[in-house]
Ligand binder design. Sequence first.
Ligand SMILES: [Zn+2]
Length: 279
Amino acid sequence: MRDDLENMVAAEAAPVSENILELLTKSEVVELPSQGKYYTHPGLSSGKVEIKLMTTIHEDILSNQSYIKDGSVFERLLKSLLIDKSIDTSTLLSGDVTAILYAARGSAYGPDYKAVLTCPACFNKEEVTISLSNAEHYFESESILGNANVVDKKIHAQLTLNGKDVLFVMEFMTQKLETYFAEQIAAREAASKKNIGLGPFGLVEQLSSTITSINGTTDKFTIKQFIEDLPAKKSKELRLVYKELQPKIYNVHFCKCSKCNFEISEEVGINPDFFWPKD
Ligand SMILES: [Zn+2]
């Protein structure tokens, strides 16, 4: 008996040889809305990607004001979260990025998310709790809206203009494009504060940045000119097809306005606040 006690004391006093860092290494597998179909990288083409669980280092990235201002915050977070460092985050499709961020947020703080929805009828603000676990994956490779489908990892949309068929080839929305748009918008906002007339960042730039060719023409300047003069109806058709064929996650929340009973429906977006629960 006494021997047992002595052994126990000796065992407790023994130096711990275990590497405590091994206790922390944890990851999870995220299913991508694109099902991996538009990637050649072996780490993405399976439709699943492995990410680290969020830690203090990720919270530091999210609270870095200069990353938020220059629009690089989510790209930096993604780079840090992905276990396979050979994945170029700028090639990740926008919807897949959303899936990864939802998963990271869900495992760090749980699936419930407090958001404020604005009633479009009376502008009353409703605080609601949204569950990220209700989010649905959405994937289409052919459009029901028009003559459009996906060929060779690009969107091909055919529109009729003045009785002639015109083929538009468009890139999918990637993290690179999202970052570019965020930078452009930030630059425009900064310029407008200083009264430097850079002009608004609008649909023409967004569309012409995603179009790689129109009837075989790849010249960026010609494409931009073409988009500027494209009839509004056709421009809208093109945008709808583009939106429809993007693999994405839908997380739409419905609630009744407590002031006017209007049925509010709003898509939950991602911003740095999303990662900072207010509780
Ligand atoms: Zn209302």
